[in-house]
Design a protein. Sequence first.
Length: 239
Amino acid sequence: MDNAEKIIEMIREKEMKPKARWRFTIKDSLSWAAFIIAVLFGALAFSVILFAIQQSDFSLIAHLSHSIFELMLGLIPLIWIIFLVVFLVIAIFSIKNSRKGYKFTSLSLAGFCTALSILLGTLFFISGGARWLENTFATKVRQYESIEEKKTKVWTIPEDGYLSGIILSVGDTTFKMEDFNGKSWTVEFSEADIVPSISIVDGEKIKMTGNMTSGDTFKADKILPWGGFQHRYHGGRDK
């Protein structure tokens, strides 16, 4: 008995019946639908991670005592990293279980899914959607600590040289400021490097590196906007 006959005999003994084609079509469609949804959700998670990085001022890493790893732990909510990994795994397995999934290696699928999520996530971030998504998530989920809250903690350690808040009034060489915890400060800024995109005026939200000279006074070395990182500096006060 050759192999073909053995197979036919086994089918008869086990009373195997062919499955309808529509079942395979539905299974394949569901696999691709799961892949598309997983990639989209992975892209959303990656966009929020980009938003957190953009808020982290990694361009100042040489001037800060924080390492890149410390800043990432301090500013990127772990839940978005978990979301990204989970949805990438779902996307990979979805393609793997599709009709032609056997043609792809796990490594190539991982690279393709990751690249696609990064591309879509970057576009969503550029459009401003990441900020909206993160703010919405922070509003809806009570236990969630937002990037803004994490950022405030990182930039409100005056004893380590980090201070942020809102300018209240401006003098010739100093200004009054209230930090995000409600404490008032006198900031000396005559020798500070100030990012060109901001002005030292009432109501401006800023963050600074420098030195705390007493319990409520701070000498600024660099003054930056409260928003994302900047790359250009100039010495002294804005004219």
